[in-house]
Design a protein around this ligand. Sequence first.
Ligand SMILES: Nc1ncnc2c1ncn2[C@@H]1O[C@H](COP(=O)(O)OP(=O)(O)OP(=O)(O)O)[C@@H](O)[C@H]1O
Ligand SMILES: [Mg+2]
Length: 322
Amino acid sequence: MEQIVVETYLAEGIVGKSAAIKKVIDLAKKVAPTDSTILISGETGVGKELIARYIHHLSPRQDKSFVALNCGAIPETLLESELFGHKKGAFTDAVADKKGLFEEANDGTFFLDEVGELSSSTQVKLLRVIENHEIRPVGSTEIKKVNIRIIAATNKDLAEAVKNGRFREDLFFRINVIQIHIPPLRERKEDVPLLIAYFLRRYNQQFKKEVTDISDEAMTMLMNYDYPGNVRELENIVQHAIVVAEGSMISKNELPSFVPARQSLPEPVEPIFKTMEEMEKDIVRETLLKCHGNQSLSAKKLGIGRTTLIRKMKKYNIGVRS
Ligand SMILES: Nc1ncnc2c1ncn2[C@@H]1O[C@H](COP(=O)(O)OP(=O)(O)OP(=O)(O)O)[C@@H](O)[C@H]1O
Ligand SMILES: [Mg+2]
């Protein structure tokens, strides 16, 4: 039996047996005890937040807060006051002093999701948090010290964003101290059956159902699917199947219609036809090469006389290496 990596912490599990997911878990374990800033990269739904929470859970900060913020989800004008807090009167709606999320997360871990979405002015301020552990609330002159560990995540190529001038290079180097890349699910299909089993257990419990089997046909379809939405998409597919299943079996009918029934066949390879002459030419050339151009030996190997060989060489215009 192959070893199955099932890391469990709190109510969550990290399921998989692929070399890729093992590598991710190993690295997460190594970096967890440190305070090092981490960049987790990977497509949508691969498990970036899951790994970030896992790292927090294994770190000395585990009893402190884990604050997650999607940088792309909040309008720029609100984001700064959300992150750094504000002083009463800093802007029209600032009726009282407000603590920012960085302060709330003091001593804990801050998960900055979609960090590539930060505006350049917020990027500068984040850099100050990382370099000097300092924040300045909007409208305040007072600088506060904070002790937070930053885990950033991105589904974009941040290095590319740096090249295009959309992300500050200095901040990139500060964030990208340790990068954990989680490969897409289509590149680690061996994790699919384990994830299916895991989600079946989880959602049968939640929905109080007993859908425990899966037909060979449905399994083949799930193994062949590409999962543009990665693990989250597989999770949704299993939930869908459990909800619509009437018996204990998931068959093709319980899968959402976007999962294709049959993988398209590979493009047929054009058959190659050769004439007898072309084949003879190939064989003569090949034999001469193998015999390092030795004509007597080649003729012998071909079972013809040496003069016949020379005639054929002339006919096919085959030179001989000296
Ligand atoms: N290896 C895994 N084992 C079990 N569950 C997983 C695994 N990877 C991801 N999941 C589950 O898949 C869902 C998506 O994971 P998560 O939210 O961490 O992805 P993400 O990379 O942060 O996605 P996004 O880029 O959309 O924010 C979650 O419900 C998570 O628990
Ligand atoms: Mg996420």
